[in-house]
Design a protein around this ligand. Structure first.
Ligand SMILES: [Zn+2]
Length: 131
């Protein structure tokens, strides 16, 4: 008898992805490191929880940019390696300014996104501040 499969649910507000309904989606474990974790929760618009296991679905990442071993993962599977200090940055609730996306979290801090990959860089600069 096999153990019941644990369903991974995306922790982002207003995202209803889960590994049961969409088993092909990648679910990334939310990092435990407090400073980085806080930024993930803020980006996901969730109240901070320090311990529980949380997952974020691939919809909130630019997978080919943000996942270190994406091609390898697609070809042979295994563990998904997120690039260092990447945070979820694609959300339905974000404001679209042309083709660029600016999250409420980012605008609050008076940062502007200038390309599709910049949110990571912007948040990286915030990380430098909090670390
Ligand atoms: Zn999601």
């Amino acid at each position: 008898m096999s153990a019941p499969k644990r369903v991974k649910v995306c922790f982002v507000k207003d995202c209803f992805s889960n590994s049961d309904a969409t088993p092909d989606k990648i679910f990334i474990t939310v990092p435990l490191r407090p400073n980085l974790r806080r930024i993930w929760f803020e980006a996901a618009r969730q109240p901070y929880a320090s311990r529980s296991s949380k997952y974020c679905c691939e919809d909130h990442f630019d997978v080919t940019e943000d996942i270190e071993n994406y091609m390898r993962y697609k070809l042979v599977g295994g563990k998904v390696l997120l690039k260092n200090n990447v945070v979820p940055h694609l959300f339905k609730h974000q404001l679209f300014t042309g083709k660029h996306i600016v999250s409420p979290f980012v605008t609050q801090n008076n940062f502007r996104c200038t390309s599709s990959v910049t949110p990571c860089v912007v948040l990286w600069s915030l990380l430098v501040v909090v670390l």
